[in-house]
Design a protein around this ligand. Structure first.
Ligand SMILES: [Ca+2]
Ligand SMILES: [Ca+2]
Ligand SMILES: [Ca+2]
Length: 479
């Protein structure tokens, strides 16, 4: 007690207090209690550097040059108490350093932000613009507190040296692969023109093609798929990336999914920078006309003279022609004929109609024949059409008429006759989007409302009395 008393008052005062009345001694004791509370509320200094850490935690340390602004926005460091109120603030200096005073033995979060707030502001938004990521914050020389969120919790009775590390996210470029598209021997798209490009504030501009980098790939749409080094890339969901390390665009392949005439072909990629930080939003790679032909329709009908096959295309690229194949079981097909492309060059963007008469079928009633087209490119690559079935017993029937095609808003099917007619509309990943049944189809006409069906390529399947199958490709345009 005497020791504390002495430390508070000079010896002169103590000497004088000996001659004062007892009431003065009581006041001195009160002063002593007060002075002890001041002693426990001592302040500490928290200071450090904001690093532009282009290699992130990969070298095990927060380092890199000091930074005081991002995208021209000044940086601030705050001490925020446990009630989320700002208790101290410093504007980061041009060399990246800051310094704050805060109460010792008090819980704070020391936070970095590009927003300016006054002292005593509650619930400030901390953090940097989306183009920047935290790569660590914590004691100077360390790798950070393990939770890179621009904030670190402290509760200390001595001065602290506390650094922050930030990294600018890379920025890739969206691009389109245009014809002529190059394919490998199994008709997968090859990426040949350094399509993948991007840059980063710390790393600079990446080599076109991104050779040797890590990139995140995102699932292709419409049932299309991606292969890397001949292995199918698997995705746990449509917005979960799969990372490819040591990427080389020459090892990437893109394959259109069945049926192979969907309208849009695309996938996303994100560059990963030298800090290991990916872009937040993937860049879209569009592939223009990855198919040698765009098959608009393919249908068949059995007549007395044989099976009439009809198909049409809306574009062809380097198409030699179509091998017509037939099967009795829908699995084992044999070539029965050949139809050359209408285009001498094999390339056209107009509508081309084709027909073929299969006059070789045996006259057996209730026999279902299956047909498909094998389209062959000038380089020998090929693709198959969907399979259609035609029932020989239906020789006297007239085919339903489906119009308009392409369609928007509504699709009309006329010339329907049969006791039981089932129909459905299937999208290009095999999902039934419309289904309808008609008993005693005497009205012979049906209108399908397309207003709720997304644009795309569909197959209309009609089964009449369980034996007659008609499949027609239908292009639905934006409503
Ligand atoms: Ca580093
Ligand atoms: Ca943290
Ligand atoms: Ca970076």
């Amino acid at each position: 007690m005497l020791h504390h008393y002495k430390s508070l008052f000079p010896n002169k005062v103590i000497t004088r207090s000996k001659i004062l009345p007892s009431i003065k001694i009581s006041a001195a004791i009160l002063l002593l209690i007060f002075s002890k509370s001041i002693t426990s509320a001592q302040t500490i200094s928290i200071s450090g550097t904001i690093h532009d850490d282009g290699n992130g935690s990969r070298n095990g340390i927060m380092d890199g040059p000091g930074i005081s602004s991002v995208f021209g926005q000044q940086l601030y460091v705050y001490a925020i108490d446990n009630s989320s109120v700002i208790k101290a603030k410093d504007t980061v200096k041009s060399n990246g350093t800051y310094s704050l005073l805060a109460n010792a033995n008090t819980g704070y979060s020391i936070s970095l932000s590009s927003s300016s707030y006054q002292i005593n502001t509650s619930n400030p938004n901390i953090g940097l613009p989306g183009g920047y990521a935290s790569t660590g914050e914590g004691t100077t020389g360390s790798v950070g507190d393990g939770v890179p969120d621009f904030s670190i919790a402290i509760n200390s009775n001595s001065n602290l040296s506390m650094d922050f590390a930030v990294d600018a996210r890379p920025a890739g470029l969206a691009d389109t692969l245009n014809p002529p598209i190059h394919f490998d021997s199994i008709r997968r798209v090859i990426f040949t023109d350094s399509l993948f490009q991007g840059s980063d504030l710390e790393d600079g501009t990446y080599t076109p093609g991104l050779a040797g980098r890590s990139i995140d790939l995102y699932q292709a749409t419409n049932g299309d798929s991606l292969f890397y080094n001949d292995t199918l890339i698997l995705f746990s969901s449509s917005n979960t990336a799969t990372r490819i390390n040591n990427f080389h665009d020459s090892l990437l392949r893109f394959k259109t999914g069945p049926p192979s005439n969907s309208l849009t072909h695309q996938f996303g990629f994100s560059i990963v920078d030298n800090a290991g930080v990916p872009e937040q939003v993937p860049n879209t790679i569009l592939i223009n006309s990855p198919l040698p032909i765009t098959l608009l329709s393919f249908s068949g009908s059995a007549q007395v003279e044989g099976t009439h096959l009809n198909w049409s295309t809306t574009s062809e690229i380097s198409n030699t022609g179509f091998e017509i194949q037939r099967s009795m079981n829908g699995m084992d097909f044999e070539k029965i004929g050949w139809q050359a492309s209408n285009s001498v060059s094999g390339t056209t963007n107009g509508l081309s109609n084709y027909e073929y008469l299969d006059g070789t079928i045996l006259s057996m009633n209730n026999t279902i024949y299956y047909y498909r087209l094998r389209q062959i490119d000038r380089d020998g690559a090929y693709t198959y059409s969907p399979i259609i079935s035609v029932n020989k017993s239906s020789t006297k029937s007239t085919d339903p008429v489906i119009y308009p095609n392409p369609a928007s808003r509504q699709l009309t099917i006329s010339n329907l006759s049969g006791t039981q007619i089932n129909m459905n509309l299937v999208n290009n990943v095999g999902t039934i989007v419309y289904k309808h049944s008609v008993e005693n189809g005497a009205d012979s006409r049906l209108v399908i409302d397309l207003s709720t069906i997304p644009a795309g390529n569909y197959y209309l399947n009609i089964v009449i009395d369980g034996t007659r199958h008609i499949t027609q490709s239908v292009l639905i345009l934006n409503n």
